[in-house]
Design a protein around this ligand. Structure first.
Ligand SMILES: NC(=O)c1ccc[n+]([C@@H]2O[C@H](COP(=O)([O-])OP(=O)(O)OC[C@H]3O[C@@H](n4cnc5c(N)ncnc54)[C@H](OP(=O)(O)O)[C@@H]3O)[C@@H](O)[C@H]2O)c1
Length: 328
């Protein structure tokens, strides 16, 4: 690797200029060696406004036009779940590296297709599960790996907030992949898979909105040796949104909004300590820095948010959907 290639500014593009695109773009401004070069919206007005806000060079009124811009190195897909596969393939076809929002796609078949295409084209692809890259989450993973408090014996993780039902919005609209499980249930599931691995057995129940999207989902993941993960997502009520790991010799609680920059409280045999982390951004820069490094090194897969992990995650979501009879 030459010094020059290390220094190369990565030209980013964003497809779909909604809420998360704004946050991603805000944090991208803090990332060295990266520039938000182009954005694409279904409407020119929106693209122009976004481009002005973030000082973006190109503002496109179609996703196709962005994918055809030869100056783009990486694209962040920030459209509703149901469009992730189509938008990802569009960019991979053109040899552009893709960081695609969670859930990676609607089901394991779609994810398999995306990964196969990335491999065929030899292009970097990663699911944007930002939590994996956040320092407080990495801290907890280290404590688990080092068995600082012994083995995990129980996990309780949830994610819930109340929103009035509105079928016109992405969160609830079934044709866009709306519902609690795919949108926020993915985080408690991620907490279980990233710490305990694939469960031996899964049980799940759900409640539904009138349009068939799930309004809440309760899951139990059973592991060997009686280890259990109790997981829940809800769009009906505000939940603590914590991840609590019970160990043989203590407890680690990732405090509220555990999936985003947060604090960690450790309950050991004779002490309670809350650890804070020096977060200065919304938290989307960590995944981006990792992605940029992979791209500069010519890598096509992340060792952290690996294809294997993304496949396990979507297969687990598929399994839960089968159990609660949630079909898209
Ligand atoms: N990592 C995280 O923390 C996080 C947080 C929130 C959401 N997400 C994920 O990011 C994705 C987008 O979420 P969001 O909250 O940003 O959604 P959003 O505010 O609704 O934005 C989605 C954007 O997708 C584009 N789009 C294309 N076709 C669309 C259609 N048929 N209906 C609606 N929008 C369409 C629109 O952009 P244009 O009009 O510009 O084309 C829209 O603004 C979801 O998959 C979600 O799971 C991740």
């Amino acid at each position: 690797m030459t010094n020059k290639s290390k220094q190369k500014t990565i030209n980013w593009g964003i497809i779909g200029l909604g809420k998360i695109a704004n946050k991603f773009a805000t944090d991208l401004q803090t990332v060295e060696g990266a520039k938000l070069y182009a954005v694409a919206s279904r409407t020119q007005e929106k693209a122009n406004a976004f481009a002005e806000k973030f000082n973006v060079t190109k503002a496109y009124n179609s996703y196709d036009l962005l994918a055809n811009d030869p100056n783009i190195d990486a694209v962040y897909i920030a459209t509703p779940h149901a469009l992730h596969k189509e938008n990802t393939l569009l960019c991979l076809e053109k040899g552009i590296a893709v960081l695609c929002e969670k859930p990676f796609a609607m089901n394991a078949n779609e994810v398999g297709e995306m990964i196969a295409r990335a491999k065929e084209k030899n292009v970097l692809l990663m699911e944007a599960l930002w939590t994996y890259f956040l320092p407080h989450y990495q801290y907890v993973l280290k404590a688990i790996e080092n068995k600082t408090y012994g083995n995990i014996i129980k996990l309780e993780a949830d994610f819930g907030f109340h929103r009035d039902f509105d079928d016109n919005t992405r969160l609830f609209n079934k044709s866009l992949g709306g519902g609690s499980l795919l949108d926020i249930g993915i985080y408690p599931i991620f907490a279980a898979l990233s710490t305990l691995g694939i469960p031996e057995n899964i049980a799940a129940t759900a409640t539904y909105f009138d349009n068939g999207a799930d309004s809440s989902c309760s899951m139990t993941f059973e592991y060997n040796d009686g280890v259990t993960a109790y997981l829940k997502s809800s769009l009906l009520e505000n939940l603590p949104t914590e991840a609590i790991f019970q160990f043989e010799k203590g407890k680690i609680k990732i405090n509220t909004m555990f999936h985003q920059p947060s604090t960690v409280t450790i309950y050991s045999e004779d002490d309670v300590e809350t650890i804070t982390f020096d977060y200065e951004t919304i938290g989307y820069n960590y995944e981006t820095i990792h992605f940029n490094e992979l791209l500069r090194q010519g890598k096509t897969e992340s060792p952290i948010m690996s294809f294997k992990f993304s496949k396990t995650l979507i297969k687990t979501l598929d399994k839960v959907r089968e159990l609660i009879n949630l079909r898209y």
